[in-house]
Design a protein. Structure first.
Length: 448
């Protein structure tokens, strides 16, 4: 007897395959082209007193597209006079695996920002079968609609909070997000009409209900401390140092425009140097200032050209420094609290050397010193909001340019982003080789 076996499936070439796997259904493809179980019994009386009663054709789109002619055997019990068909679990498994693979492709396409049209082309090129965009969209939506936001019973007590602004039919809508800074779990990711005081308060209250609250890492939005301390009077706040640096750059450009002198660049980097170690940049600027003093003359225009070249040299130096850090998987070293206090004390002594806008910024840093140095007191607290910015970038990157068609579309995507980030598989992971293996088995049994 010649036969081949694939798990619970056998293909008969010239005889009935005897025996079956104990405790599981074993299918055969008979010589007349029908799928049936190797042991047939009436589902009602459990007796094998039956006669063949023809078949029904499998009409699923995938099977028809493959050109396969698959028949499901039908029977009639002589004892009970009931009719029944062989279960089509085997064929349904192939169809479901194929759908799971297509859904995995669609999810990947969505995460890469592909349009529905491009995602449709990707599916066609990958599986060799053409689907309408509407069918694929419905497949994708149906899967995401089943994803629900997770309710957490425990957390670290240290959280990032931030917002991202999206487009819904051309109108701005807001994404409010709370992320655990220690466990990296996203506790809340929901759509809101705006990011006003009451909206944020309601979102935080809902997300952190029943959870410990010790500290927040937020950007320098001036309304955050009021909201947080109203809800959680004992909570501490870490303002993002990266956002502080961005403000310093903006204030410097507001005062001097795009052409910033080497002296003012040096002053600016002394402020950057308070909480992170930027000694290398300061040393380079000292070297360039010495060069400028050496080569400058009496012609103001010529001096501008010299300084412009030296600024370009500094720009290349900073870029190379960043590349080297990325290559070595290094971050800019953090200052200890004592180092920061020393650096800042020196800056305050020389505050009159700074332009007016930076003098104001120095005073604001002093007024809010505890909000910039919490990370130096508590190792669980991060000095920047990069942890939540990374989540935004890894999920709905560049969504400020994306126009969702409805509120439900925004809610659906955000629920999927949160679930996926927290480790939940949105779709069963199916590889192309699994689909090919199952389809190959059907081709073996039912050649076109």
């Amino acid at each position: 007897m010649k036969h081949s076996e694939h798990k619970k499936f056998s293909v008969e070439y010239n005889t009935i395959l005897p025996g079956f796997i104990k405790g599981s259904t074993h299918y055969v493809a008979s010589l007349d082209g029908k799928i049936k179980t190797i042991s047939v019994a009436c589902p009602k009386c459990k007796q094998a007193t039956y006669v063949d009663n023809g078949f029904h054709q499998v009409e699923d789109r995938l099977i028809r597209t493959l050109g396969l002619n698959i028949k499901i055997a039908q029977f009639h019990c002589k004892r009970c006079s009931i009719y029944w068909s062989t279960e089509r679990e085997l064929v349904d498994n192939v169809i479901q695996k194929h759908k799971d693979f297509v859904k995995s492709l669609l999810l990947g396409a969505a995460r890469q920002g592909l349009s529905l049209e491009n995602a449709t082309e990707l599916v066609k090129d990958t599986v060799g079968t053409s689907y309408s965009p509407q069918y694929l969209y419905e497949l994708y939506v149906k899967a995401l609609d089943q994803v629900k936001q997770e309710k957490f019973s425990s957390a670290s007590g240290v959280y990032y909070y931030d917002e991202q602004f999206l487009k819904e039919n051309g109108q701005e809508t807001c994404r409010l997000t709370v992320k655990d800074a220690v466990t990296e779990k996203v506790l809340l990711d929901r759509r809101a009409v705006n990011a006003q005081y009451g909206t944020i308060e309601q979102a935080l209250r809902k997300a952190l209900d029943g959870l410990p609250v010790e500290a927040f890492i937020v950007d320098m939005n001036q309304q955050y401390p009021g909201i947080i301390l109203k809800l959680y009077p004992k909570a501490k706040i870490q303002w993002c140092i990266f956002h502080l640096d961005k403000l310093i750059w903006k204030e410097l450009r507001d005062e001097f425009g795009k052409t910033i002198s080497l002296v003012q660049l040096y002053n600016t980097y002394t402020l950057f140097n308070i909480f992170f170690d930027h000694s290398a940049e300061l040393r380079k600027l000292e070297e360039l200032l010495k060069k400028f003093d050496k080569y400058k003359g009496k012609d103001p225009q010529e001096n501008k050209k010299i300084e412009h070249c030296l600024r370009q040299e500094f720009g290349k130096f900073v870029k190379a420094l960043k590349k080297e850090r990325r290559r070595n998987h290094e971050l800019v070293p953090r200052r200890t609290l004592k180092q920061s206090e020393r650096k800042f004390a020196h800056i305050k002594e020389q505050i009159l050397l700074y332009p007016e806008k930076l003098q104001q910024r120095i005073r604001k840093i002093e007024e809010n010193w505890e909000k910039f140095t919490l990370f130096q007191h508590d190792s669980r607290v991060q000095p920047t909001t990069n942890g939540i910015e990374h989540y935004f970038a890894a999920t709905l990157a560049k969504t400020d340019k994306k126009d969702f068609r409805s509120k439900s579309a925004v809610a659906r995507e955000l629920a999927a982003c949160q679930a996926e980030w927290n480790g939940k598989k949105l779709f069963p992971t199916t590889k192309l080789v699994e689909v090919l293996s199952l389809v190959g088995m059907l081709f073996l049994a039912f050649p076109p």
